[in-house]
Design a protein around this ligand. Structure first.
Ligand SMILES: [Zn+2]
Length: 666
């Protein structure tokens, strides 16, 4: 090792318990990747030459260090995208894509897999085997003799990421450009002060003489939809949002069509009828029919509930106008841009408390205490705070998870937005669970940051989110898989949200809410508020899922009119305005990091299983159930077909009823 490499802390990452962030510098990443890849390639060479006996374990072990490095690199970028000086991002990205595709385009390695006697493998080994074979297949290893096709496949695999990057860039441009500047403060008189402040500051920054600046990014868009009393402005904002990358100069139409065409071509080359077939062949749902069956079934119920909720909200709106002497012309129906506004009002009136006021009941410290108590109650896990000097940011809190006096993992909590940090919430295994190593799992969120001297509190959604991400974390901590390719969150994509969505339920349990000093009445309100008017959300979600399936089917081609296709697929209780499209700013489907194409349905798919598991928990001793859940599902990762894992837990097939009942759809 040259002295530069010797001093590179990234190369010693397996020797330290925590990650030595204080001494890791941007310039350490590129040489570390070069070294990791060179070493791994040497090892692969040894496997090919027979110097190392080939097995699934020996194959996977080769990339242990590389994978660890990649996790740190990806997290670094998601947590601080502004600090990329000397990182050599482009160079590293090329190294990564070249290295990974070379593994699965390597005929000799493929032959090693082909020679394995599959019938001798355990179920877990079979699952790991299948995971790798799928990657070989995606890289054309089953069409090795058809050179033209193979060449074309490589071209497609290279071209799609570029197009997705163009698609994403157009969205970034539109999100920066599309906005409205409200000059009459009276229009937003009902908006919380903090939101107005931000908008006012932004208006100045953007060069306006006066006013309040709102763009189409979620917090800003939502603020208008919920609190702007001027209906025309809400409409304008809604249409602006729907026009993103559609009727604007940064149109994604051609890019999207090109991606869809290439995906279709790829599926055909690989021997599938459609791209949807290709994706779903590696999902719990298995095929399109199963997904459609589910979506149509829930849609039917949601539309009935939706009509009921529509009537309720419309009548409320009329009463509200009368009571407040508001004279709205042409208020003959509720429109899309009315939903959030009146929903917020009716909730406030019905539950006599607004979401901001509720925060004071949920101090962050208490939310964590209740969560950790629950972990002890269910899984016998003791959680305690750890002081750590080596974090990437001082806002992060670290906890130690112990079972029977043994540390099973560290848990990082990173809750607040920072410039350069990705939006939303997610979980990451900073140190994946590898035998004899203590895993580190982190949850990231973008909660409202408290002002100075203010006690940190969480909203209902944020509290639920912390429970959700903790559910994912248990999936990692409890994994007992021998192979990392199927360990923890490495399960079929439509199964991954089960443990997380399952955990959300506990936050709303009477016994747990009681710990926050809520009166019985307020507890009932909070529980009811959870899915109040939820039908609108479900209908919308299903329509989006159907659009996802439709555009990835053979019915869609270059001549299709996207708005028309979306209209045909969507059934709603609200009118669908003209001039909007969802597919052209649908980042789930055209995403470089998390590919949810033909997968938008998966949230609901997993949620159905999550509610069914929760129903089982109600039927007996929770600790017993938790033990079984851990044994049958959390510890198993992707080591068997999820349907099999589920049946081993419940003793029979899943039921959709608990989901429908919880959502008020049955
Ligand atoms: Zn999740």
């Amino acid at each position: 090792m040259s002295s530069d490499l010797e001093n590179n802390p990234l190369l010693k990452i397996f020797e330290t318990e925590f990650i030595p962030y204080k001494i890791i510098k941007n310039e350490h990443y590129f040489p570390a990747f070069e070294k990791a890849i060179k070493d791994a390639n040497n090892e692969f060479e040894k496997i090919i030459n027979g110097k190392i006996p080939f097995s699934l374990s020996s194959f996977e072990k080769i990339t242990d260090f590389y994978d660890q490095l990649k996790i740190l690199y990806n997290n670094k970028r998601r947590l601080n995208s502004l600090d990329e000086e000397n990182l050599k991002k482009k160079e590293i990205d090329s190294l990564i894509s070249e290295f990974e595709s070379n593994i699965y385009m390597n005929k000799d390695l493929y032959m090693k897999f082909k020679e394995l006697e599959v019938s001798n493998l355990s179920n877990e080994e079979k699952s790991a085997y299948k995971t790798h074979m799928r990657k070989f297949l995606e890289n054309g290893m089953n069409i090795l003799n058809e050179e033209d096709k193979l060449k074309r496949l490589k071209e497609i695999n290279l071209e799609i990421p570029h197009l997705i990057s163009d698609y994403e860039n157009n969205m970034i441009k539109d999100e920066a450009e599309l906005h409205i500047n409200i000059t009459d403060e009276n229009d937003i008189i009902e908006m919380p002060e903090s939101l107005k402040e931000t908008a006012k500051k932004l208006s100045k920054e953007k060069g306006y003489e006066k006013g309040f600046y709102f763009n189409i990014q979620a917090p800003s868009y939502k603020a208008i939809m919920m609190y702007c009393k001027n209906r025309e402005i809400r409409k304008q904002m809604y249409l602006l949002f729907g026009s993103e990358c559609y009727t604007t100069k940064n149109s994604n139409i051609n890019i999207m069509k090109k991606i869809l065409e290439l995906r279709k071509e790829k599926a055909k080359i690989l021997g599938f009828e459609t791209y949807a077939d290709f994706v779903l062949s590696n999902r719990m749902a298995k095929n399109e029919k199963n997904v459609y069956d589910l979506l149509y079934k829930v849609r039917e119920k949601s539309l009935i509930a939706g009509k009921r909720d529509y009537e309720l909200l419309y009548n409320y709106a009329i009463q509200y106008h009368q009571k407040n002497n508001i004279n709205l012309e042409n208020f003959n129906s509720l429109e899309k841009w009315d939903i959030s506004y009146y929903s917020e009002k009716i909730k406030e009136e019905l539950f006599e408390i607004n979401s901001e006021e509720l925060r004071k009941y949920f101090p962050l410290k208490k939310v964590l205490e209740v969560l950790f108590d629950l972990l002890y109650k269910l899984y016998n896990i003791k959680v305690s705070k750890v002081e750590n000097e080596t974090l990437y940011n001082e806002e992060i809190q670290v906890f130690k998870f112990e079972e029977d006096g043994k540390i099973i993992g560290y848990f990082y909590i990173d809750l607040y937005p920072r410039i350069g940090k990705t939006r939303g919430g997610w979980v990451y295994a900073l140190k994946p669970k590898i035998i004899n190593k203590i895993p580190i799992v982190g949850i990231c969120y973008n909660c409202r940051k408290p002002n100075e001297n203010e006690e940190p509190t969480l909203s209902l959604n944020e509290s639920e989110g912390v429970f959700h991400e903790c559910g994912h974390s248990l999936h990692i901590f409890f994994s007992e898989c021998k192979f990392k390719s199927i360990s923890g969150l490495n399960v079929l994509w439509d199964f991954v949200e089960l443990p997380s969505q399952f955990m959300e339920n506990f936050f709303y349990e009477y016994d747990n809410l009681k710990k926050f000093n809520l009166s019985d009445e307020l507890i009932r309100k909070v529980q009811r508020m959870r899915f109040y008017l939820d039908s609108f959300f479900e209908v919308n979600y299903i329509n989006y899922s159907l659009i996802d399936l439709k555009i990835h089917s053979n019915d869609f081609d270059n001549n299709s009119d996207i708005e028309k296709v979306e209209n045909e697929v969507s059934i709603d209780v609200f009118n669908r305005p003209k001039g909007i499209s969802r597919s052209l700013s649908f980042s789930h489907l055209f995403n470089a990091t998390y590919d949810y194409s033909v997968g938008y349905y998966s949230y609901m798919w997993a949620e159905i299983f999550a509610f069914d598991v929760y129903e089982e928990f109600k039927k007996g001793d929770q600790r017993e159930k938790a033990k079984k859940f851990r044994e049958c599902i959390l510890s198993k990762g992707g080591s068997d077909d999820p349907n099999v894992l589920f049946v081993s837990f419940k003793g029979k097939e899943y039921s959709i009823l608990p989901f429908l009942k919880a959502k008020g759809l049955e």
